[in-house]
Design a binder for this molecule. Structure first.
Ligand code: SF4
Length: 322
């Protein structure tokens, strides 16, 4: 199998006081291949970050499986180390990700040292910095994080991931902490790494505009599950799931005619509604448009259909079957 990062029926549950259980990730299937960027989008609290951490082995799955190239993610330190050479994390806040007392050289070399890669360390560090757009790389070797701009710090973080020559990056809100002026530069860098080096990326974001500008595919997550996924252009120009339609409706130049205001707040992951988990907020239910499938909406959580553009909604499935 190619170097594809896969999640199959992935589940992450947390025990809470009072014997309650939060189902933060609740049966997710997802693939990220080298050379493609997949955006994972949804409101804050929908489980995106827990899913990303579990894909990296930083959070323990309570069910299902994560695999890379067909090999399941092992739990031993050795297995996790081997896995992380292929799948690297890029954090949201470069200031938090970099030790203020470490030079750029040491920050980037850290991964090599952890993995016991000793041949040509300066050459590998220089190459990673250059690929992250810090040129000439030697000029940055002895710099400290506080001497760099926010964009340069994020490039150092990305270089620290690239130095291990991974196949996939998992980037959690990679530009959220940056000024608008440098966001575009970092997104262009991710695109260039995809085009030139065949790097794949899972980009976690709440920003559908960002997803549009960078991703090949998008997965929309709601309360621990993916409710719609497909090619980014198809999903954002022709959103099908009522939740995706609501998110897209507030974008500039939205294909959805009227802005849709979702009822209520995102429920707690320990109180996932029965039936379709989106039902209490579903505008199709509220407007009566889903009357024909209401019994199904109340009785069973819809599964993501098959196909390149897949949707987890009884109403959409019924319309497609008609
Ligand atoms: Fe709304 Fe029913 Fe579709 Fe759920 S299954 S999103 S409740 S129409």
């Amino acid at each position: 199998m190619d170097k594809v990062l896969t999640a199959r029926d992935l589940r992450v549950e947390f025990g809470l006081p009072g014997g309650r259980t939060a189902r933060a990730v609740d049966g997710v299937d997802l693939d990220v291949a080298p050379g493609e960027i997949v955006a994972l989008a949804g409101e804050s609290g929908c489980g995106k970050t827990t899913l990303a951490r579990t894909l990296l082995g930083l959070e323990r799955a309570t069910g299902g499986e994560v695999a890379f190239g067909g090999t399941p993610l092992g739990r031993s330190t050795k297995a996790l180390k081997a896995f992380r050479r292929h799948v690297q994390l890029v954090l949201q806040d470069p200031s938090g990700a970099l030790n203020p007392r470490h030079t750029v050289y040491d920050a980037v070399a850290e991964g090599l040292r952890i993995h016991g890669i000793t041949d040509d360390e300066p050459g590998r560090v220089a190459d990673a910095l250059a690929r992250a757009g810090l040129r000439p790389p030697e000029r940055f070797f002895l710099a400290y994080p506080h001497e760099l701009s926010g964009g340069q710090r994020q490039r150092v973080v990305i270089a620290g991931a690239l130095v291990l020559e991974p196949s996939i990056l998992v980037a959690d809100e990679p530009v959220a902490s940056l000024d608008a002026s440098v966001r575009g530069e970092i997104l262009s860098l991710l695109l260039r790494l995809k085009e030139d080096a065949g790097l794949g990326a899972l980009v976690i974001t709440h920003d559908l505009g960002l997803a549009w500008s960078i991703a090949d595919r998008i997965a929309i997550m709601y309360l621990g599950r993916i409710v719609e996924q497909g090619p980014v252009e198809q999903v954002l120009t022709d959103p099908q799931h009522p939740y995706t339609r609501a998110l897209v409706s507030v974008l500039p130049d939205s294909p959805v005619a009227e802005p849709i205001v979702l009822a209520g707040e995102l429920p707690d992951a320990s109180k996932i509604p029965g039936g379709c988990r989106f039902r209490p907020r579903c505008q199709e239910v509220a407007s009566g448009s889903a009357l024909a499938v209401l019994g199904q909406c109340e009785g069973e959580d819809p599964v993501l259909g098959s196909g390149a553009h897949a949707v987890a909604c009884h109403l959409v499935h019924a319309r497609m079957a008609a």
